[in-house]
Write a protein that binds this ligand. Structure first.
Ligand code: IMP
Ligand code: MG
Length: 173
């Protein structure tokens, strides 16, 4: 049986989300597009866009379903799109919101695709960064939490579709 150990509780997450929203608010124009990478970023993005709204930002919100893991816990290195890329990014500032930055393959792929579709800029906001595991040379512009080589679940993030419902972030050991 896997052991679930709490890493960051609800209060800590809320504090980081508010701090990220303030950073985004000062760096972005009033209107920009948030592109939420599904499924893992759905809870994070729901909190983040409301924090942005409280600060007076007016982002559009779109979704993009990407997968590189399947049911495994290692990136396959091949990113699959499970939905059409977001429409209406041409000429706009895009904030890509992702759950975990691990090997970097997903973000490298998504950023390239959005730029090819004419996005003016693509910035990356991730809830969890795992820099030790990077295989593709990408960095996030905004990071909620940095962790070592742990498998993270909860707050929308799954392991084989389980644990998304946890209100906190945990490590699976
Ligand atoms: P990448 O290796 O940076 O391309 O990350 C690919 C995807 O793997 C991310 O979007 C996450 O959904 C998933 N992933 C990477 N690390 C973890 C983890 O620790 N827990 C759950 N999902 C992860
Ligand atoms: Mg993901």
């Amino acid at each position: 049986m896997a052991t679930v150990s709490k890493l960051f509780d609800e209060g800590e997450i809320a504090g980081r989300v508010d701090a990220l929203a303030r950073e985004i608010r000062s760096a972005f124009p009033d209107e920009f597009v948030v592109v939420v990478v599904l499924k893992g970023a759905f809870v994070f993005a729901a909190d983040l866009v409301r924090a942005l709204g409280r600060l007076g930002a007016k982002p559009r919100v779109d979704f993009w379903s990407l997968a590189s893991y399947g049911a495994a816990t290692e990136s396959s290195g091949r990113v699959r799109t499970r939905s059409e890329p977001p429409a209406d990014v041409a000429g706009r500032a895009v904030l890509l919101v992702e759950d975990v930055l691990d090997s970097g393959h997903t973000i490298a792929f998504a950023r390239q695709q959005l730029l090819e579709r004419g996005a003016r800029t693509v910035s990356v906001c991730v809830l969890v960064d795992k820099p030790a595991r990077r295989r593709s040379p990408v960095a996030a512009d905004l990071v909620g939490f940095t962790v070592g080589d742990r498998f993270v679940v909860g707050y929308g993030i799954d392991c084989a579709e389980d644990y998304r419902y946890l209100p906190y972030l945990a490590a699976l050991d």
